[in-house]
Design a protein around this ligand. Structure first.
Ligand SMILES: NC(=O)CC[C@H](N)C(=O)O
Length: 304
């Protein structure tokens, strides 16, 4: 299959959509990003790479880092992680508070904000230096050390992160947060502020396409059973209240972030990353979703 040609066709087809989405502005630093940016990068397990557009430009991966947070935490703590966070789709926006009270401070899943905040709390309790531990883990997954948090973005989010603060406080009132509320929030905002290029993110996600084993370093990052679980959660919960729509249109496990990135995998075959900062109403990249829908349709590759 001529993947390069297909990506070039897709690029042309999504160009008219680039100004249709809206850049996330509830984090003021993210509002400065140029909405006309677009990149798509495909990386196969045989180590063939295909790309078009701005694939070597760093962007804020935001909620996509929730996948790395979960992977690192379950690889240390195992199944007991799921005693404090459930694995059901929420059907609600990523920053929703409504279910949390009904469900006594147990978040629906690790890929919405409340779930990732509980995972952050577990990381603080489990690691001597969770910041360094996390950054080193992500650097290992990518295969080089030029991966950093953007402290301007983290600080900008902290100034306006009232809903996240409300969530941590509510969960603490139910006994599901062990550490200091401010410490949990600071670390969570830092993790969200990590910047990567499409090609770096595709390298990190390829480990998940390869059942948790690095293709280059051959290291086993997560067990087979943890791979099955993380992939299932990506499929059912990776796109907030649009997880059904993403499965319906694209048909790959994946994760989005409000920086406009989407990372997805076809197990045993490839990882694919798109970046387009304009978001739809549910907070997912508008052109990115369309590009992935076109990709799985034109190549006939999806998990279904
Ligand atoms: N969906 C996202 O990417 C949200 C992440 C963002 N840092 C927040 O907490 O709101």
């Amino acid at each position: 299959m001529d993947y390069q040609k297909i990506l070039e066709e897709i690029h042309q087809e999504v160009l008219p959509l680039l100004d249709k989405g809206k850049v996330a502005d509830y984090i003021p630093e993210l509002a400065n990003v140029d909405a006309s940016k677009f990149g798509i990068h495909l990386l196969t397990l045989e180590d063939n790479a295909y790309s078009v557009g701005d694939v070597h430009e760093k962007f804020s991966i935001q909620s996509i880092s929730k996948v790395f947070m979960l992977a690192l935490t379950i690889s240390h703590l195992g199944e007991k992680v799921y005693e404090r966070v459930d694995v059901e789709p929420s059907g609600d926006p990523f920053n929703s508070l409504v279910q949390l009270e009904h469900e006594c401070g147990i978040p629906r899943n690790p890929f919405i904000n409340s779930g990732a905040l509980v995972i952050t709390d577990m990381m603080i309790s489990s690691f001597e230096d969770p910041r360094t531990e996390f950054l080193e883990y992500v650097r290992d997954l990518v295969g080089h050390s030029e991966i950093f948090c953007n402290m301007k973005v983290a600080a900008s989010e902290k100034q306006h992160g009232f809903k996240n603060a409300a969530m941590v406080n509510l969960m603490k009132s139910f006994g599901n947060i062990e550490n200091d509320v401010e410490d949990v929030l600071d670390l969570y905002f830092e993790f969200c502020s990590i910047e990567m290029t499409c090609s770096e993110l595709a390298k990190a996600f390829r480990v998940f396409a390869n059942h948790g084993r690095g293709v280059i370093d051959t290291k086993k990052y997560i067990t087979e059973s943890q791979f099955k679980r993380i992939t299932a959660i990506m499929q059912t919960c990776g796109f907030y209240d649009e997880a059904g729509e993403f499965a319906f249109r694209v048909g790959l496990p994946g994760k989005s972030g409000v920086g406009g990135g989407i990372a997805a995998i076809l197990p045993d075959e490839y990882s694919i990353v798109t970046w387009s900062p304009g978001l739809n109403k549910k907070g997912n990249s508008l052109a990115g979703m369309k590009a992935l829908e076109l990709f799985t349709t034109k190549t006939g590759t999806s998990i279904f």
